[in-house]
Write a protein that binds this ligand. Structure first.
Ligand code: AMP
Length: 424
């Protein structure tokens, strides 16, 4: 192995080859599918004012407390975005999209940054594909979005994704605040048996105690009161309508009261997609409603909701399920021996590309055998074979690489037709 002077920084990585192809597929398929639901792409900057994230994600969340990359290059304090929703809602308000009325649907894709301890499926620069629907409180929309995520995973070939759903209510006193108090009362007697982070969360963020992954804490959490059983009337009706609509859309889900999500802006419906191949970090995506976020950021009280799907975890799941291994078979590969034949082949390959075919050739002046091996490695469907002798006769060999495929010698002028005929 070579020992290069520079390496990618811990928690970041390079994408190429199979993973590069899978990454491209994940993003391209998202754009295609989400467009059918009316989502249009939005691109926002990778850095924003630190205050935007503190206000939206919440000052006492792990992300804001200890994971943000924050800089003060001049007079402003800026942060590399740890997630995409805050930027999209900021842009929605900044460009007065709220004044146009109606529902706005956006999707995005890009790098996010969190200073977490790197491990499988957890990086410091990772990528999310997200969708946000701003301007409607309709529970049908919660169901549409959650099922769009399920459809997306199926669309890219992932068959083993599960959807977990919960409702964490709203900020009305009789809803989440009351539930939080119930929860604290139930936790208090055994608080000293819980891990340190639960103990610090008790005062500031008691809901997060329920989703602590520590085995001892999990045992203690088994019989805690459930948020979806302690909602105000409006949130309870909303949740009932979401579950009904989701079932009608064929979205299979399980109720999970331990699902609270790590960001403060969520209200009412929250959901998460999981995949078993991911181990401890089994969340492959997640989202929920954020009806108070626009107002928190200085806008009118506009309801909204969204999800973010983790690209790195999609890639791990793709690898595990293998079924959606993305190969990029080549239609034409040029095998040429001799200087004039190689130059002629380069023109031939250009003609194939001009005709809309994927085509490539050997650029390493390898032996005939090695060139054929390269064609196989690239899964070429058709090989063009040219030596200086064939060239002198104005001929070229067109070899169908499928098992039992034919090999024909044709006039160079007929080459493109012969290639088309040989392609499946
Ligand atoms: P969140 O914004 O925390 O709700 O995360 C949404 C999705 O992004 C998760 O379900 C993961 O798939 C992915 N994700 C979050 N944090 C990371 C990370 N540090 N590394 C890789 N993927 C992540």
């Amino acid at each position: 192995m070579s020992n290069p002077r520079f390496r990618a920084i811990e928690g970041t990585r390079d994408y190429f080859g199979k993973d590069g192809d899978r990454f491209d597929k994940a993003v391209a398929f998202a754009g295609e599918l989400f467009a059918r639901y009316g989502y249009r792409r939005m691109r926002t900057p990778v850095f924003e004012n630190t205050e935007l994230f503190a206000r939206s994600i919440g000052a006492s969340t792990d992300i804001v407390e200890k994971e943000m990359y924050t800089f003060t290059p001049g007079s402003e304090t800026i942060t590399l975005r740890p997630e995409g929703t805050a930027g999209v809602v900021r842009a929605y308000l900044q460009h007065s999209r709220d004044k146009q009325g109606g529902l706005a649907k956006f999707w995005y894709e890009g790098p996010m940054f969190r200073r977490e301890r790197p491990q499988k499926g957890r990086q410091r620069q990772f990528h999310q594909i997200g969708a946000e629907a701003i301007g409607s409180g309709d529970p049908l929309l919660d169901a549409e979005l959650a099922s769009m995520g399920l459809r997306y995973y199926e669309y890219i070939g992932l068959m083993n994704v599960k959807l977990r759903v919960n409702s964490i209510g709203c900020s009305r006193p009789e809803c989440r605040p009351l539930y939080r108090q119930l929860l604290r009362d139930a936790i208090r007697p055994n608080l000293d048996r819980r891990c340190r982070s639960c103990q610090t969360r008790y005062e500031r963020n008691a809901l997060r105690i329920i989703d602590c992954k520590n085995p001892e804490c999990r045992k203690l959490s088994a019989n805690l009161p459930k948020s979806y059983e302690n909602l105000c009337r409006e949130c309870a009706d909303h949740f009932a309508a979401v579950k009904e609509a989701l079932a009608a859309l064929g979205g299979e889900f399980v109720l999970d009261h331990t699902l609270v999500r790590g960001l403060d802006y969520y209200t009412k419906t929250v959901f998460e997609y999981t995949h078993d191949a991911l181990g401890a970090q089994n969340a492959i995506g997640g989202g929920g409603r954020y009806d108070g976020l626009a107002e928190e950021l200085g806008g009118a009280p506009i309801p909204g909701l969204g999800f973010a799907l983790g690209v790195e975890r999609i890639l791990i799941a793709m690898e595990a399920e293998n079924g959606c291994a993305c190969s990029c078979p080549l239609q034409v590969f040029g095998v040429a021996l001799g200087g004039s034949a190689r130059r002629a082949m380069s023109g031939m390959i250009a003609r194939c590309r001009g005709a809309g075919l994927s085509a490539d050739m050997d650029y390493e002046k390898k032996s005939f055998k090695s060139q054929l091996r390269a064609a196989n490695r690239r899964q070429a469907m058709v090989c063009l074979i040219l030596g200086d002798d064939e060239l002198a006769r104005g001929e070229i060999v067109v070899k169908d690489m499928a098992e039992g495929g034919e090999q024909k010698t044709v006039s160079i002028f007929d080459c493109l037709n012969a290639v088309r005929a040989a392609l499946p």
